[in-house]
Write a protein that binds this ligand. Structure first.
Ligand code: NI
Ligand code: MN
Length: 222
C-alpha cells in the first residue's frame, strides 16, 4: 500500500509498509512533519539547489541512511559526512521499498558552495507497480513524451510555480504528454516569485481527464 504525503515545496514522503523514502526533503517548510518519528530508509535528491537539498544531510546522518543522487551531488553529500549512493540517469536502482530511475530534467544544479552539482534530474518511482514521476525543477520538455513511452507513470508531481520551472499552462501540457491519471502540483507559493493559480491548473488538466489532486501540507498527519 503506497502512501504519498506532501510535506511542502517539492518535498514528499512516500511510504510502503514500514519503509519510507523522502524526496527533496526541505522539511523545514512544515513544522507538523516530524521526520524523527518517520521510518525513513532512503533520501532521493533531484538536484543540488538548497530548496531541494533541504535538510537531507541532517536527516541522513541522524538516521544513518543513504542519499541517492547524481554523482557530483552524491560526492558532495559524502564530503559533508553523509552516506550517499552516486547514480546516473536512465538506470533502475533497487531499494528495499521498490525501485527508482532518474530521468532528465532541464534545469541547472549547483552545490551550496557554488560548485557544479551534476545534471538536474526527475525521478520515477516504481512501488508495487504504482509509478510516480517527481519532475524536479524542470521546464516543459519533449522528454516527457519519452517518459510516457518508457515508464508510463500514473501519478505526476509537477512544479507549477513558474519563474524557475514550468508554470500552470506548461505543467498542464506536461500532464497531457505524460498521460498520467493524477497530477499533484508542487513548487508553488513558497517564494513570492512562484505564486500559482491552482484552480486554473485543475481546469486545464481536466480537459484531458487528468485529476488534479491538491495536497495541503497543513493536512499532514503523523
Ligand atoms: Ni532548482
Ligand atoms: Mn527549486
Amino acid at each position: 500500500m503506497v502512501d504519498l504525503r506532501y510535506i511542502g515545496h517539492s518535498a514528499f514522503e512516500i511510504k510502503n509498509g514500514d519503509k519510507a523514502v523522502l524526496i527533496d526533503p526541505l522539511v523545514s517548510v512544515n513544522d507538523k512533519f516530524d521526520w524523527k518519528e518517520e521510518p525513513i530508509t532512503d533520501i532521493l535528491l533531484t538536484h543540488a539547489h538548497g530548496d531541494h537539498l533541504g535538510e537531507a544531510l541532517e536527516i541522513a546522518k541522524e538516521k544513518d541512511i543513504e542519499i541517492t543522487a547524481v554523482a557530483e551531488l552524491a560526492g558532495y553529500c559524502k564530503e559533508q559526512g553523509a552516506k550517499s549512493k552516486p547514480i546516473g540517469l536512465g538506470a533502475w536502482i533497487n531499494f528495499s521499498w521498490g525501485r527508482a530511475v532518474f530521468v532528465p530534467a532541464f534545469h541547472s544544479s549547483s552545490l551550496p558552495d557554488g560548485r557544479y552539482g551534476g545534471v538536474a534530474a526527475g525521478i520515477i518511482l516504481d512501488i508495487d507497480g504504482v509509478r510516480i514521476y517527481h519532475a524536479g525543477d524542470t521546464c516543459l520538455t519533449g522528454e516527457m513524451k519519452t517518459i510516457k513511452e518508457l515508464y508510463a507513470p500514473q501519478i505526476a508531481l509537477l512544479p507549477i510555480g513558474g519563474n524557475y520551472t514550468m508554470d500552470v499552462e506548461h505543467a498542464a501540457m506536461a500532464a497531457k504528454w505524460l498521460g498520467v491519471r493524477t497530477a499533484i502540483p508542487m513548487h508553488y507559493g513558497t517564494f513570492p516569485e512562484i505564486q500559482a493559480d491552482l484552480e486554473r491548473f485543475a481546469r486545464l488538466i481536466a480537459f484531458n481527464n487528468t485529476a488534479c489532486q491538491i495536497l495541503n501540507p497543513e493536512d499532514i498527519k503523523q
